[in-house]
Write a protein that binds this ligand. Structure first.
Ligand code: COA
Length: 160
């Protein structure tokens, strides 16, 4: 696995990866309306060009294919974390999160936060994040539940 900065030319592939990830991996946790509101299929390329330009993005490549990506801000916000279903549970998100945390720690960030989906909550808990609160957000007119989660740098994951 290789982790590198995203290029603007990755945006169409990342939009496809996001869509496959939500529909393939979050589907046990949300109904069809919620999934389509969260990840319209096909994705809107202009939306994704703008979305990805506004965040630091690192991608994981396996055999030249994009396997996942993380998006973050220098206030410690982990904004995006999506893995392709073909590469689920093989450590891609763990590697991306460690990479993002390392880069952020290097610029003095000591606390990380995210808004985790029902599907992602166990992953972030495993990485040492704790739930601050549950909330509902409006996505294209549909309510979607998620967890605001936080981790202080150096918090160890449960059992590690
Ligand atoms: C959540 C997500 C990013 C995890 O990616 P991943 O690369 O599969 O995660 P990893 O392989 O690094 O998982 C590390 C550990 O996290 C935990 N974990 C990950 N996915 C899990 C799941 N679906 N259920 C329970 N635990 C999970 C496990 O402890 C796992 O270790 P194990 O596989 O040895 O048991 C991925 O499932 C995904 O993209 N989901 C859909 C989109 C989404 O909800 N993204 C987050 C938006 S906030």
């Amino acid at each position: 696995m290789r982790i590198r900065a995203a290029h603007p030319s990755d945006s169409a592939e990342l939009a496809e990866l996001f869509t496959s990830s939500v529909h393939g991996l979050a589907s046990p946790h949300y109904d069809a309306n919620q999934l389509h509101a969260w990840a319209p299929n096909p994705p809107d390329p202009d939306y994704w060009r703008r979305r990805l330009a506004a965040v630091d993005v690192r991608v994981a490549e396996i055999d030249g294919q994009l396997a996942g990506f993380v998006g973050f801000h220098d206030n410690g916000h982990i904004d995006l974390m999506f893995v392709h279903p073909d590469h689920a549970r093989s450590g891609v998100a763990t590697a991306l999160l460690k990479h993002a945390e390392h880069e952020l720690a290097a610029v003095g960030v000591v606390s990380f936060h995210t808004e985790a989906s029902e599907a992602a909550r166990p992953f972030f808990e495993r990485q040492g994040f704790e739930v601050e609160r549950h909330e509902f957000v409006d996505a294209r007119g549909v309510e979607i539940g998620r967890y605001v989660m936080r981790k202080r740098k150096g918090s160890s994951a449960p059992g590690q």
